[in-house]
Design a protein around this ligand. Structure first.
Ligand SMILES: [Zn+2]
Length: 97
């Protein structure tokens, strides 16, 4: 749904899908939530989050703009810019300290 709206709005879309996004994550060998930096556990709901939210009106759906996140983290963040979200919940480094 969001992707269709983004296409209609003329935002970039490299045609990538879950296969390409997974490949990117495997290449990085860092299979963790990009929001809380927690690793994924069996049974975790994983959602694909747009680094730069589509709602921002500039970024689209491309491999470089899609990251895996816990469902709960993604829902918590919604369309909040990353720096604003981290200011609210604390960065993962702060949370670990
Ligand atoms: Zn998370």
């Amino acid at each position: 749904m969001a992707r269709r709206r983004a296409r209609l709005a003329g935002l970039p879309d490299d045609g990538s899908g879950i296969r390409e996004w997974l490949e990117r994550h495997e290449d990085e060998d860092r299979w963790q939530c990009h929001l809380c930096f927690g690793s994924f556990q069996p049974g975790d709901e994983i959602q694909w989050d747009h680094l730069d939210p589509i709602a921002g009106g500039e970024a689209g759906t491309a491999v470089e703009n899609v990251r895996a996140a816990h469902g709960a983290c993604n829902i918590s963040r919604r369309n909040t810019p990353l720096d604003v979200w981290y200011a609210r919940v604390g960065t993962p480094e702060e949370a670990a300290a």
